[in-house]
Design a protein around this ligand. Sequence first.
Ligand SMILES: [Zn+2]
Ligand SMILES: [Zn+2]
Ligand SMILES: [Zn+2]
Ligand SMILES: [Zn+2]
Ligand SMILES: [Zn+2]
Length: 181
Amino acid sequence: MELTSALGKLKVRKRETAQSTEGRQLAELQPNTQIVEQYKEKKVLQWFCNGCQKPCLQIREESRCICGHRLKYHNDKGKRKCKENGCPCKGFFYIVAEGSWILRCQCKHKGVDHDPNTHACKRRNCGCTKFKSPWVCNCDCPWSMHEQQEATIMVKTFSVNNDEFKEINPWQDLKRGIDHK
Ligand SMILES: [Zn+2]
Ligand SMILES: [Zn+2]
Ligand SMILES: [Zn+2]
Ligand SMILES: [Zn+2]
Ligand SMILES: [Zn+2]
C-alpha cells in the first residue's frame, strides 16, 4: 500500500480502536468514520541557539522578517526572498516577536528601520551598521548566539474517510521557552 511509504508510521484504526486524543475526538464528532493517522515530514525554520545546541523557537508562517513582512509572504525556497510588491528584501531574517512586543536593535530602532539586506539602520544620524539586539533569550543566551536554521520535523496528520491529510497541532510539542515580555 502506498500510504505505508518512507514518510513514516501509518496507523489505520476504526472508531472503536482509535487511541490518540485527537483521533478519539474526531471519532466522537463523526461516528462510523475511518480515521487514518500519519506522521509526515515537514520542512520548517527554527531559531536555533548555538550555546544550548537546541532550537529555542519555531519560526511560523506568521513570523516577521526584518523587512516587516511575514514569513508566508516570502518564497519557500532558497534564501526566501520577499514576494511583497516593492519590497527589496532578498532573504528572510527572523525578528523575534510575541504578541505586541517586537525585538529592537541596540540602536533602539525597530527591525523595519533597518535595510533588509545590509541590516544597517536607515534612520538619520543613527550610525548603526548592523542590526544587533541586546535581548537575552529565555535560554539565558544572548540574541547574537542564535540563528535561523532549516529543519525537518515530523508532524501528525489525520485523514477522515480517505479525505486529504490535515495537520493537527503542528507546533504543540515544539514550542519551548516562549514567555518573552
Ligand atoms: Zn518584505
Ligand atoms: Zn523579508
Ligand atoms: Zn540598529
Ligand atoms: Zn538605528
Ligand atoms: Zn535561546
